[in-house]
Ligand binder design. Structure first.
Ligand code: G1P
Ligand code: ZN
Length: 543
């Protein structure tokens, strides 16, 4: 085995987005592309002597090849040990759990989350810091700067390491330790939730369907739900991970989780349904014929946190991303705890959690989590709901309606316009920007605009400032429309329109959000001139 120093040239297009570097597989397969980025990570974070790294991915196409490259580069860059998931696989929350539990010098996670996989799909990579969370902007920026100046990378010339059995292998001076993170993760879950209560729920005949979407959570779901909680075998769907996710789009929403949606809206639907995404950090929650929006889910979890053993003493505070509905704000107010509004992307929650300011946090994009790790956590959210259901023993729909009766309802929906020409999408944003003054105070039927702004955030822990985080149109009654360009898309531009109408009249409103939001949708189309500027007025995906 010899250390090689390979000359290379910087690539353009290695700028990470909100969740790391995501590109088509073919881009990552270019010679030196992955290597450049990995070397830039190592150069930036500068591993101390005898450092251990956590490494794993969501199992999508190219995961195995990438893991071998990174192992050989870690060995050449002075790491003394790498903890790698069995088969090179770790769900994102499990990776965060492993980094924290074994106090490793951060970790590298290979995932393009909910984006399709396979040879024509997407691949992704990100570095998580030793607290288990995604690297903050100043580190990702530094990695990017380094990738623009790179002239060589270091790699060990060695045979591939077997990843298919638990145990240790030497790679030069480094030890590769293959671990079963499934057990580490299941143990963490059993320390948070009342597994006996959930077991009793299943024993009572409660029916459940979990859709792993052929992605990373299959083995985790089997260990937790079947082995530890004795749920019936029929509870699992699509639980075998596949490199291309079975050709599906592993994003748990009403459009893409169609197998589960068909079951939950069909005859004899189970009591409870849930799904998670490609790398296991997202979740969707369904009752029998009933969809719980992620924003409502966060609010409900916050309101019921004291029912859960780990949060029985109460929660310190909550945080939500800016486009997430203000439903949780109302719960926080009632509980007398702070509620933080952060930019989109999980990394902004980490500082607040590390500082003990926040216990629960979430995003409208099917992400919910707590300070047990520093990533959002799909199965954790499902277990949280199961624990609540085990205690309340009521249908999901009733639990949600009682919540609305108490707090009012923030009727909510997100409309995505995918694959727009970049110029047209920028034109829409610029146009709304230019209209701020004329929109202020303007009345549209029963809705009057109070103020428009471009969201910027000052981190209360490290003082860092993030500008241009999306346009907020705030209405007098607490309703909102938010316009934002996606930072994770890989094709053209994706415009997201987040629609939220506050209905204080405790439960009298239409259940179908699209109907209840009809006026808001029209206002959004009018003020954005979307049709004129993009030729579209029908979203690609509605959630
Ligand atoms: C999307 C979601 C965002 C989430 C991110 C990573 O980012 O909107 O909430 O944190 O994926 O899962 P976007 O494409 O909107 O930038
Ligand atoms: Zn994900």
């Amino acid at each position: 085995m010899t250390l090689q120093v390979v000359p290379t040239q910087p690539f353009s297009g290695q700028k990470p987005g909100t969740s790391g570097l995501r590109k088509r597989v073919a881009v990552f397969q270019q010679p030196h592309y992955l290597e450049n980025f990995v070397q830039s990570i190592f150069d930036t974070v500068g591993a101390p002597e005898a450092a251990t790294l956590t490494l794993g991915g969501d199992g999508r196409y190219f995961n195995r090849q990438a893991i071998q490259i990174i192992l050989k580069m870690a060995a050449a860059n002075g790491f003394s040990r790498v903890l790698v998931g069995l088969g090179g696989i770790l769900s994102t929350p499990a990776a965060s759990c492993v980094i924290r539990k074994y106090k490793t010098y951060g970790g590298i996670i290979l995932s393009a989350s909910h984006n399709p996989g396979g040879i024509d799909g997407d691949f992704g990579i990100k570095y998580n810091t030793p607290n288990g969370g995604p690297a903050p902007e100043k580190i990702t920026e530094a990695i990017y700067e380094s990738s623009k100046q790179i002239t060589c990378y270091q790699i060990l010339d060695a045979p591939d390491v077997s990843l298919d059995g638990i145990g240790e292998t030497r790679l030069g001076d480094m030890v590769v330790e293959v671990i079963s993170a499934v057990d580490d993760y299941a143990e963490l879950m059993s320390a948070i939730f009342d597994f006996n209560a959930i077991k009793a729920l299943f024993a009572s005949g409660f029916s459940f369907r979990f859709d792993a979407m052929h992605a990373v959570t299959g083995p985790y779901a089997r260990e937790v739900f079947i082995n530890r909680l004795a749920a019936p075998e029929t509870s699992l769907m699509n639980a075998i991970p596949l490199e291309d996710f079975g050709g599906g789009h592993p994003d748990p929403n009403l459009t893409y989780a169609h197998d589960l949606v068909t079951v939950m809206y069909g005859d004899n639907a189970p009591d409870f349904g849930a799904a998670s995404d490609g790398d296991g950090d997202r979740n969707m929650i369904l009752g029998r014929g009933f969809f719980v929006t992620p924003s409502d889910s966060l609010a409900l979890l916050a309101a019921n946190a004291r029912l859960i053993p780990a949060y029985a003493q109460g929660i310190a505070g909550v945080a939500r991303s800016m486009p997430t509905s203000a439903a949780v704000d109302r719960v926080a107010e009632e509980l007398g705890i702070p509620c933080f509004e952060t930019p989109t992307g999980w990394k902004f929650f980490g500082n607040l959690m590390d500082a003990g300011k926040v216990t629960l946090c979430g995003e409208e994009s099917f992400g919910t989590g707590s300070n047990h790790v520093r990533e959002k956590d799909g199965l954790w959210a499902v277990l949280f709901w199961l624990n609540i259901l085990a205690i309340k023993r009521q249908p999901v729909e009733n639990i949600m309606k009682r919540h609305w009766a108490q707090y009012g309802r923030n009727v909510y929906s997100r409309h995505d316009y995918e694959g727009l020409p970049t110029d047209a999408a920028a034109g829409v944003i610029n146009h709304i920007h230019a209209s701020f003054i004329s929109l202020t105070g303007k009345q549209f039927g029963r809705y009057t605009i109070q103020v428009c702004d471009d969201f910027s955030y000052t981190d209360s822990v490290d003082g860092s400032i993030s500008n241009n985080q999306g346009i907020r149109i705030l209405f007098v009654d607490g309703s909102r429309i938010v316009f934002r360009l996606s930072g994770t898309g890989t094709e053209g531009a994706t415009l997201r329109i987040y629609l939220e109408a506050y209905e204080p009249n405790r439960g009298q409103h239409h259940l179908d959000a699209q109907v209840a939001l009809a006026e808001m949708i029209q206002i959004a189309l009018d003020i954005s001139e979307l049709k004129q500027r993009t030729g579209r007025d029908v979203p690609t995906v509605i959630t």
